[in-house]
Ligand binder design. Structure first.
Ligand SMILES: [Zn+2]
Length: 203
């Protein structure tokens, strides 16, 4: 797989398709292999915080070599969540470098703003594991009806603030970015609603 195109690289942050990744996942390793202890700590804190805010247990999160030039991906296989993979090329860099890469995603208006750049990617991918449009379980389908209607309402809302354009890509990215905002960003009616949906459908 090729390098990022100029446009995508300049945008910073996650790349389109991170919720339905079909590329290669190689050399999967435990998170404990993360080189910078500060990055390892931030990733662990993100997973714990996800659990404490949304009541959703920790999902499979690993390091891997990914084909795409993205920070992380979530894989759905056979209608169920398979796992979250964080790109070693990104997560084995120094903390400051990962933070600056993600901040480019905020500055360009691509990512929904949060105050936790490293946790952002982890939380975004965990959100895909909690719900995305490829999950086929009964509770996921039921939740999907509410999420799609929320997405329609959100798209029409001219007064919403803090959201990046990536959230407009599709309903799965809307969900992941709004859940990330719910955990690390400024609360609003959409962040409250996604938390309520997690609880209502026991996602
Ligand atoms: Zn995503």
């Amino acid at each position: 797989m090729g390098r990022n195109s100029g446009g995508v690289g300049a945008r910073g942050g996650l790349q389109p398709g991170d919720s339905s990744y079909k590329g290669k996942i190689k050399n999967v390793e435990s998170l404990i292999k993360i080189k910078d202890p500060q990055v390892y700590k931030a990733v662990g804190e993100a997973i714990s915080r996800y659990h404490s805010v949304l009541g959703v247990r920790q999902r499979k999160v690993k390091l891997a070599d990914l084909g795409a030039g993205t920070l992380g991906v979530h894989v759905t296989a056979g209608g169920v969540s398979e796992g979250v993979y964080l790109n070693k090329k990104s997560f084995n860099q120094k903390k400051a470098k990962i933070v600056s890469d993600t901040r480019r995603g905020y500055a360009s208006g691509w990512h929904t703003k949060t105050n936790k750049p490293i946790a952002h990617t982890v939380t975004h991918e965990l959100a895909h594991a909690t719900w995305n449009e490829h999950l086929t379980g009964a509770k996921h389908r039921a939740a999907g009806k509410e999420i799609r209607s929320l997405y329609t309402q959100w798209r029409k809302d001219k007064k919403k603030s803090g959201y990046g354009s990536y959230a407009r890509t599709n309903v799965s990215e809307f969900w992941a970015e709004t859940v990330t905002k719910a955990v690390h960003g400024k609360a609003d009616k959409y962040t409250k609603k996604v938390k309520a949906i997690c609880k209502k459908y026991d996602l």
